[in-house]
Write a protein that binds this ligand. Sequence first.
Ligand SMILES: Nc1nc2c(c(=O)[nH]1)N[C@H]1C(S)=C(S)[C@@H](COP(=O)(O)O)O[C@H]1N2
Ligand SMILES: [Mo]
Length: 159
Amino acid sequence: MSRPSAQPHIPAARLASLMVLGEVARPATLTVGELRTGWEQHRAEVVFDCAANGPQRHRFEGPLLREVVLDAQPLFDARRRKDRSRFALAVSGGDGHRTVLAWAEIDADFGDSPVLLATRLDGEDLDLTGCQLVVPADRCGARYVSAITRVRVGVWPQG
Ligand SMILES: Nc1nc2c(c(=O)[nH]1)N[C@H]1C(S)=C(S)[C@@H](COP(=O)(O)O)O[C@H]1N2
Ligand SMILES: [Mo]
C-alpha cells in the first residue's frame, strides 16, 4: 500500500480511519487523507454551545457526509424518496460517544443539511485524531462527534 501523499511522514499505522458499514453494498474503511482527496472539500464556520464549556467557535473543512455515505451504496432504492426516508446513520467516536442522524436530514430532497466529515479543524489536519462530524444547523455541540471510528447505515428497525 502506498502512503498518502498529503502526509508522507506519518506511518500508516498511526493514521486514524473510519468504517462506513451496515446496510450498504460497498462497506469502506477510509483514512482522513482519503476523505480529503476523494471528495470535494466544503467549509463551515460554526458556533455551538457546550453545556460544560459554553459557546465554541470553530472552522471545519471536509467532504459532505452525504457524498461519502452514497459512495458506500446504501441499500435503498435511490429513486424513491419514501424508501430513502426510512434510513438512519449512527456516528460513533473512538471513546464510545454515539449519535444518530436521519438520512433525510442530509438528503438533498429533504433537510439538505450540509453535514461534514471534517478532515481539518481550525487549520489543523485531523489525520491522527480522526475526522469530526459537523452539524452546522445544531445549536449545541453534542453531535459534533470527534475521532469518528464508524458510520453505521441502516433502516430504523421498528415502528
Ligand atoms: N468523541 C466524542 N465527541 C464529542 C464528545 C464526546 O464526548 N466524545 N462531546 C461532544 C460535545 S458534548 C461537545 S459540546 C463538543 C465539544 O467540542 P470541542 O471540544 O471542540 O469544544 O464535542 C462533541 N463531540
Ligand atoms: Mo458539550
